[in-house]
Design a protein around this ligand. Structure first.
Ligand code: PLP
Length: 353
């Protein structure tokens, strides 16, 4: 056996239902960027579609086109574009485009001007404080005006108005929400009405009713990944979806210690920071990770009854005594998303339950 990622379909369904109950009547846009946060896009999409999810956030165009292939009738949203991206392909495939500045708006309009291309469905982004992307409040009116002109020409349809809350403090988010409301009023004054409003990711969508508007873009919570900083998935009623396992390849005595080499390492995406910071489980007991090598993890199994071929659980839902992803993230001083999105796509993802 090699390393394997097990995906709990039951946990994923549970989280989807929990989040949807919580955010109703707002609708869920399931964020499936980075191969569904490392969980494997195809299986995750199959479950989400079966649960009746109809909106997907894919980050970039290659991801959006993959989603479109599997979800021909859904709304698929992408918001990061490279210079080389073929926007006419995006329009042909009816991808909803997050427009973050004038150059992207102009590229979209140019692609939509080609005969036979359907109008571009665009979502205009206001930067309300995160400063990652989006149009600043001072430039918003000019931007909205340009989009309204393009809408009148029939090249684009403004189907969304959005921002991304920083989720760093309640007060900052409140300021962002107020700024966003002003942005909505300006858009309305320029004739942009009936556009879908969306501003919140997992944490704000969960915590704040005033951040939900029409749609929320939720990624981490669907996979049972909590924000950390003392808030674990169980505090929110979420269930971890991923279990990561690998076999013991060999066992060596090293002075006083017995070290087992487990068949997964840095080349498969295990962060070097795991050494000395996290533990793994073997037969329900925990053993510390002492080193991360390119293809192996060394764990200290002194005193354990360990045999070559035994399966080690790196993290799971904790129900069999194993560490959770949250334990790993906390141990390494990072967030769960950082751990799972780095895992190599070469590790097979297998659905369980
Ligand atoms: C624009 C946008 N919306 C939503 C999300 C989902 O965030 P979370 O995983 O915290 O739910 C992301 C994640 O990168 C994002 O970039």
């Amino acid at each position: 056996m090699d390393a394997s990622v097990l995906i709990s379909t039951a946990a994923l369904r549970h989280n989807v239902r929990l989040v949807r109950d919580r955010i109703a009547p707002a609708e869920l846009m399931a964020v499936v960027k980075d191969d569904a946060y490392g969980h494997g896009l195809d299986s995750v999409l199959a479950v989400l579609l079966d649960e009746g999810v109809t909106r997907f956030g894919a980050l970039d165009l290659p991801g959006a086109l993959r989603v479109r292939h599997q979800a021909p009738d859904s709304m698929v949203f992408a918001w990061v574009f490279d210079r080389g991206d073929d926007l006419s392909e995006a329009l042909q495939q009816q991808i909803d485009i997050g427009v973050t500045d004038v150059p992207v708006l102009e590229r979209v309009a140019a692609a939509a001007a080609v005969a036979g291309t359907p109008p571009a469905r665009i979502h205009l982004k206001l930067d309300t404080g995160l400063h990652r992307a989006g149009v600043l409040a001072g430039d918003w009116e000019r931007f909205v005006n340009l989009a309204a002109e393009l809408q009148r020409s029939g090249r684009v349809v403004v189907s969304g108005l959005w921002t991304h809350l920083a989720e760093e403090s309640h007060d900052d988010d409140s300021r962002s929400i107020a700024e966003y409301r002003e942005g909505l009023a300006i858009a309305e004054a320029h004739g942009i009405r009936a556009a879908t409003r969306h501003i919140a990711a997992s944490a704000a969508a969960y915590a704040r009713e005033d951040a939900r508007f029409d749609v929320v873009r939720v990624g981490a919570f669907l996979y049972g990944i909590a924000p950390g900083g003392g808030v674990g998935p169980e505090d929110l009623g979420l269930r971890p979806v991923m279990t990561l396992r690998a076999p013991i390849r060999h066992i060596r005595r090293a002075g006083e210690r017995t070290l087992a080499a487990v068949g997964i390492g840095g080349a498969s995406g295990i962060l070097a920071d795991a050494a000395g910071a996290v533990s793994v489980a073997l037969a329900g007991s925990r053993y510390p990770v002492v080193a991360v090598e390119p293809t192996l993890l060394l764990i200290d199994v002194s005193g354990a009854d360990a045999t070559v071929g035994d399966t080690v659980t790196l993290f799971g839902d904790g129900s069999a005594g194993e560490p959770t992803l949250q334990n790993w993230a906390d141990g390494m001083g990072t967030i769960g998303e950082e751990v799972v999105t780095r895992l190599s796509s070469l590790i097979p993802r297998t659905r369980i339950d």
